[in-house]
Design a protein around this ligand. Structure first.
Ligand code: ADP
Ligand code: ADP
Length: 226
């Protein structure tokens, strides 16, 4: 079964704006998938619905075959989500932000501690772990959210514009990190408005515009058309 399966997904916001017009999307397990499109296309809305931060108007979403309407509690164990905005408590200690998340998933501390250590090291946050999150740079805060999203070993990692506003050097190191965990078996879906980022990282791509999927293809076929 696919890591993510979306059927007829529709979102009409409270002000009447139709942000998603019945989209279908499948992402296979193991894929590195980009949802590409200009600002305002509906990318964040789509990911927001999958992670149940945004309520959908119609349609269905399954994560590894689990319908999120029927059993989000179960689906969320398979999901790691990195939203665009910083949504952690800035006054909390860096390592506590990651460990608190482990608690939400019922991970025992003896398992969570070494996992958190590994992630904080891999993401270049080890030296900062005892400090409060508000002392981190923007790029570090982004990486903290990635560590937090991965603590429970989700099979699907969803990132909303993970490298927006990040300088090129850091962007490359984040790319390498994402490529490594994808090779190790984590399915990754990211949104981006950089074609170049989708090109160099991803295997498959969907292009969304005005709430419709206008193209859904492999990166190789997309490049062959240009
Ligand atoms: P919903 O229909 O999902 O309940 P609402 O229309 O009530 O969403 O808006 C939720 C929040 O998003 C509100 O705080 C609103 O001010 C804000 N919001 C409204 N329009 C936009 C927009 N175009 N882009 C981003 N946020 C918006
Ligand atoms: P993207 O992530 O592709 O930039 P979004 O999913 O954030 O696009 O937004 C899609 C459209 O929905 C935009 O036109 C945006 O202004 C609108 N929108 C987003 N949130 C809200 C909201 N809460 N209320 C009304 N409109 C919204």
């Amino acid at each position: 079964e696919p890591a993510l399966s979306i059927r007829g997904l529709t979102k009409v916001y409270g002000n009447g704006f139709n942000a998603l017009k019945g989209i279908d999307l499948d992402v296979a397990e193991g894929d590195f998938f980009a949802l590409l499109g200009p600002n305002g296309a509906g990318k964040s809305t789509t990911l927001g619905i999958v992670s149940s931060l945004v309520q959908k108007t119609a349609g269905s979403v399954s994560v590894f075959g689990i319908d999120i309407d029927r059993d989000f509690a179960k689906a969320k164990y398979h999901l790691g989500v990195v939203p665009q905005e910083f949504n952690f408590n800035q006054f909390e200690k860096v390592e506590d932000i990651v460990l608190t998340q482990a608690g939400y998933y019922g991970m025992p501390m003896r398992e969570a501690k070494p996992r958190a250590e590994q992630l904080l090291r891999d993401l270049g946050l080890w030296d900062k772990r005892k400090g409060s999150a508000r002392m981190l740079s923007g790029g570090m805060k982004r990486r903290l959210m990635i560590a937090r999203a991965l603590i429970h070993r989700p099979r699907l990692l969803i990132l909303d514009e993970p490298t927006a506003g990040v300088d090129i050097e850091l962007r490359r190191s984040m790319w390498e990190f994402m490529q490594r965990i994808n090779r190790e078996g984590t399915t990754i879906i990211l949104t981006t408005h950089y074609l170049e980022e989708a090109e160099s990282l991803c295997r498959n791509i969907a292009i969304i515009n005005h709430g419709d999927i206008v193209q859904n293809t492999s990166v190789r076929d997309l490049l062959a058309q240009l």
